[in-house]
Structure formats: structure tokens, C-alpha cells
Design a protein around this ligand. Structure first.
Ligand code: R5P
Length: 242
């Protein structure tokens, strides 16, 4: 995966602020923006020689942790993380976000909910007024393979829009997640106003749904980089006190 300047700047700024010798267990997100973040974490650990356990959110994250010589942990061993750093596909002004463009939202949400602080790193194009303004691929939803036709039909019936079964490259047929499930992308009508918390709950009540890519007001801080290397930091005052 190639890493552009905008993503790299956001990742480095977030790591510089949140990783230090007081931090012992962290969550490591998935995607392309997390790559420079892990590189920077490894540089800091190497230089300052502190003990850091990294809990991955995917097979990709696990490989990144191992290939940078960092210590690997798991949610079975650690349910309380000092901080989790992850990418996002879109973040709205209420700090709701869509994740799962790479199909990793289920483990990402587990890690995020265990973290005292959930930090998002992204390029500036991911920040929007309303979800769907910029991210046009819909909300990723992990479903049990046996249920994908039922869940597709039910989502379209209850919430409208169109549900696409995600297919990959390199093999015909559906994308298989790290948990062995399928991904549906719910292309919602972005001209409609949604209460994303209600939508998330409604989706989760549909039998066969494992997890949604809607992260409702979980972000503490978001770092958005641009191609000049500047980073805008957005603080969620609903979570972080001044
Ligand atoms: O499933 C993938 C994850 O949710 C990623 O964190 C998200 O898609 C953002 O990825 P990227 O950093 O590559 O834009």
C-alpha cells in the first residue's frame, strides 16, 4: 500500500502526542494510514526503550506489529488499552465515523471500545459535515455467510438504499473477513438525514449482522493531514474534557 504525505503527517502527529513511556498497551488499527503510525511507534520504542504491547485489529495489523519488531498482545489477554490509533473512511462533525473500507471494522470496534482514548488518523478529505458527503461506498456491515441474502433484503426493507455484497480481487466471489464472514456495503441515500446512532442499533438487531462500520461518538481526537504536511486536530468535547 502506498502512503501519501497527508496520511503520514496525521499518523506521525497522533503517535507523537499519544505514545510515550506512560503508555503500556495500545490498539493498532488497520488500513493504509496506520502503516506510517506503526513505523513511528517502532522508532520511538527502539529509541526510548519502553515496554509496549500492541493489540492488532486485523491480520494486516498483526503482521505490521510483528514486522516492526513490536510486542504482540491480544484482546484475550488485555481488555483495557491506554489508547487505540486507527484510520477511518469518513468522520462527521459529531465524530461519528464510517470504518471498514478494508473489511476490518469488527475487530476495530472491539479494540476501540477497550481503549481509554480512540484516536483517528486520516487525510483531510475524510472529514465531512454528514456521513455520505465524501464516502460513497456505503456502510460496511459484516454478516454471517449463511445470512447474507436475508440481511441484505432486511436492510433494504428497513432502511432503503441498496446493499451490495462486497467482492474482492484475486478470487471470484465475496470478500471473506478475518473472522470468516462476508461484508455487505449498504449504500444509503445520502440526501436523507439519518440518526446514525439509531441506524446502528437498528442494523445490529437484524439477525445475521455481526458488526457495522458505524462508530458512534467513540472518537476522542481525530488528526487530519494534508499534502503540505499540515495536520488539523479535532477534539471531541463530548468525550475529552478541556
Ligand atoms: O477496514 C478498514 C479500516 O476501517 C480502515 O481503518 C479504514 O478503511 C481507513 O483506511 P485507510 O487508512 O487506508 O484510508
Amino acid at each position: 500500500m502506498s502512503v501519501d504525505k497527508a496520511k503520514e503527517s496525521a499518523a506521525i502527529a497522533a503517535v507523537n502526542e499519544h505514545i510515550n513511556h506512560n503508555v503500556h498497551v495500545i490498539g493498532v488499527g488497520s488500513g493504509s494510514t496506520i502503516i506510517p503510525a506503526v513505523k513511528r511507534i517502532a522508532e520511538m520504542v527502539e529509541k526510548d526503550k519502553f515496554d509496549l504491547i500492541c493489540v492488532p485489529t486485523s491480520l494486516q495489523a498483526r503482521e505490521l506489529i510483528l514486522s516492526h519488531g513490536l510486542k504482540l498482545g491480544s484482546l484475550v489477554e488485555y481488555q483495557e488499552l491506554d489508547v487505540a490509533i486507527d484510520g477511518a473512511d469518513e468522520v462527521d462533525e459529531q465524530f461519528n465515523c464510517i470504518k471498514g473500507g478494508g473489511g476490518c471494522q469488527t475487530q476495530e470496534k472491539l479494540v476501540a471500545i477497550c481503549a481509554k482514548k480512540f484516536i483517528v488518523v486520516a487525510d483531510e478529505k475524510k472529514w465531512s459535515t454528514n456521513l455520505g458527503d465524501k464516502w460513497k461506498k456505503g456502510v460496511p456491515i459484516e454478516v454471517l455467510p449463511i445470512a447474507y441474502k436475508i440481511t441484505k433484503k432486511e436492510i433494504e426493507k428497513q432502511l432503503g438504499g441498496e446493499v451490495i455484497v462486497r467482492e474482492g480481487a484475486g478470487k471470484v466471489g465475496p470478500v471473506i473477513t478475518d473472522q470468516g464472514n462476508f461484508i455487505l456495503d449498504w449504500k444509503f441515500d445520502s440526501s436523507k438525514v439519518f440518526n446514525w446512532s439509531d441506524v446502528n442499533q437498528q442494523l445490529k438487531l437484524i439477525p445475521g449482522v455481526v458488526e457495522t462500520g458505524l462508530f458512534i461518538n467513540m472518537i476522542s481526537k481525530a488528526y487530519f493531514g494534508n499534502n503540505d504536511g499540515n495536520v488539523q486536530v479535532k477534539v471531541n468535547s463530548a468525550i475529552v474534557s478541556a
